[in-house]
Design a protein around this ligand. Structure first.
Ligand SMILES: Cc1cc2nc3c(=O)[nH]c(=O)nc-3n(C[C@H](O)[C@H](O)[C@H](O)COP(=O)(O)OP(=O)(O)OC[C@H]3O[C@@H](n4cnc5c(N)ncnc54)[C@H](O)[C@@H]3O)c2cc1C
Length: 129
């Protein structure tokens, strides 16, 4: 966001383009949504309640959010975003591991769907991977 306040193209700061502002709004809204999913799952765990569906939803959502948000960050920087001159390309590369490590996004979706359908519908134990 700081960079888009400084960078001027077509006599306009990048942050003053409506399309960029729409992205900022989506960015922040999704980050807040990810925080709420995460805190909700943590709260359930702390209370000793079942939380595997909620944890899988938080992991899935936040992993994909991180990949999407950091790709957007590169885009806001234009060509500079792609170079190692700014740290955003590194953040984009690092964020990808969230969709793979500690249970891939596909496996999180499998866990969530099992909870929604129940074990008798999926031929597996609810929550089992
Ligand atoms: C940098 C890095 C660090 C790591 N650190 C650790 C670590 O510290 N400890 C550790 O235990 N592991 C670690 N891993 C391994 C990581 O947990 C695995 O890569 C991950 O669980 C995916 O397993 P896999 O690579 O065997 O992929 P595969 O199981 O071969 O999956 C390949 C693709 O097929 C999909 N897929 C597989 N099964 C299904 C299915 N039933 N339904 C739908 N799609 C499916 C997967 O989602 C994935 O997209 C690390 C990996 C990396 C890259």
């Amino acid at each position: 966001m700081e960079y888009t306040r400084e960078r001027v193209q077509f006599n306009t700061r990048i942050c003053d383009f409506q399309g960029v502002r729409f992205d900022f709004a989506d960015w922040w809204t999704r980050i807040e949504a990810g925080k709420h999913l995460t805190y909700h799952a943590a709260m359930l765990r702390q209370a000793g309640k079942p939380h595997s569906k909620e944890a899988a939803m938080a992991k899935l959502y936040c992993s994909e959010l991180a990949a999407w948000a950091t790709t957007k960050a590169v885009q806001f920087h234009g060509g500079y975003g792609y170079t190692s001159e700014y740290p955003v390309e590194r953040l984009m590369r690092d964020s990808k591991i969230g969709e793979i490590g500690e249970g891939t996004s596909e496996i999180q979706r499998t866990v969530i769907a099992r909870h929604l359908l129940g074990p008798e519908m999926t031929g597996g134990e609810v929550g089992a991977t």
